[in-house]
Design a protein around this ligand. Structure first.
Ligand code: FES
Length: 64
């Protein structure tokens, strides 16, 4: 289990999510803390996800 000071890799996908090595705790702007124990967590960077803060691939939808 990594300690809080271990480096974590974050991969930014152009036009898509940020892939963060898990497990993670995400603190939202209202102070809510969301946890994920997944090996890699896709964090939504476009704010279109219905599962925000997690990516649900809505970033792929084309806008008219
Ligand atoms: S980055 Fe995938 S839904 Fe926002």
């Amino acid at each position: 289990m990594p300690t809080p000071r271990d480096k974590r890799r974050v991969t930014i996908v152009p036009g898509g999510p940020m892939l963060v090595e898990g497990p993670v705790e995400l603190v939202l702007d209202d102070g809510t803390v969301v946890e994920s124990d997944r090996f890699v967590v896709a964090v939504c960077a476009c704010r279109r996800s219905k599962r925000f803060p997690f990516c649900d691939t809505s970033h792929r939808a084309r806008r008219r």
